[in-house]
Ligand binder design. Sequence first.
Ligand SMILES: Cc1cc2nc3c(=O)[nH]c(=O)nc-3n(C[C@H](O)[C@H](O)[C@H](O)COP(=O)(O)O)c2cc1C
Length: 371
Amino acid sequence: MISRVSSLLNRPFMRRFSRDALLALDPEQAHKATLLALKSGMITSDIPQDPLQLNTSIAGIPLSNPVGMAAGFDKNAEVFDALDGLGFGFCEVGTITPNPQTGNSKPRLFRLMAAKGVINRMGFNNLGHDAAYERLNVAREKGAAPVGINIGANKDSEDFVGDYVTGVKKFARIANYLTINISSPNTPGLRGLQAPQLLERLLGETLNERARQAANTPVFLKIAPDLTPDAMDDIAGIITKTDLNGLIVSNTTITRTGVEGLDFADEVGGLSGQPIFETSTIKLAQMRQRVGPDMTIIGVGGVHSTASALAKIEAGANAIQLYTALVFEGLELLDKIKNGLLETIKKKNCTSIEQLVGTKTNNWAQRNLNS
Ligand SMILES: Cc1cc2nc3c(=O)[nH]c(=O)nc-3n(C[C@H](O)[C@H](O)[C@H](O)COP(=O)(O)O)c2cc1C
């Protein structure tokens, strides 16, 4: 029975139907239903191997293609191998905090249909380090696509920095990479860790812990799209003096540019999806200018098409992630983007996606002046 449903769900019409059915549900219920379908194997894909032109790498981690699932979708590391099976080049699980926590009260997830955006104030609802650890450890042995583990701090923690150190200690040896997420707007005080003195301490202590674990797991820092030019200068100045391996630009925004007046636009939380594409891509290019060509940058924020995926890469991203667009476009968006990127590579007479990285950084970085 499941295999019959499975093959049905994989027909384009049914995929579209299931997406429309999911959009009719309460957003958090729809997310739960999708996780359940992925866990039970109801959504699968007979994807061919990725073509060589899409192969790339981030901080030395080989990827079969540059399109990853962003953090927040698989908070408890339950479906990353199913996502691998659908053809994602990598998957970032979390944010995972040391102790389980329930997050903010519901409702806490809102769709802004007309803008194809989402506002969330989930508040790091997750089952904690221990619950995710075993699943992730097993997966490593199975050789799934690279998995990044996104770590955070408990809301009631008296030592945010200590929570990140605990995360590095727990996961440094089993993650393909670690993300230090200090840019969620939904844990009061967390974004304050982006300030220079705290950031220096945070990176000092977490990178020391990585060394203590005798691990050379790449560590990335995930930043907000709301940083001022001065704040970006400070961050770039600090990270280029450390062994940090890269940046993820960006998390959700607390601004409401482009969605003013829409239903739910006044809900508290972080805005994601198409309305943040422009800002997050500009910030990505501006960080690329600041850190130079060698540091890894993962571009995330509003990717919803081949053109927007390509724009992130041209702005300076070595790889991209997406989440919100999958809510509106369905999982088949992944294949569309990968096929579109391949066509673009061929059209431009390139042999690899890597040749397109940063080809329009200056154009994108400049755009801020006009906005
Ligand atoms: C419902 C929801 C939950 C999220 N949870 C997390 C999280 O736990 N940790 C994190 O680093 N980012 C989280 N994000 C942010 C995404 O990873 C991503 O940075 C942001 O949504 C921009 O990408 P998008 O426009 O493709 O969604 C979440 C986003 C959404 C929509």
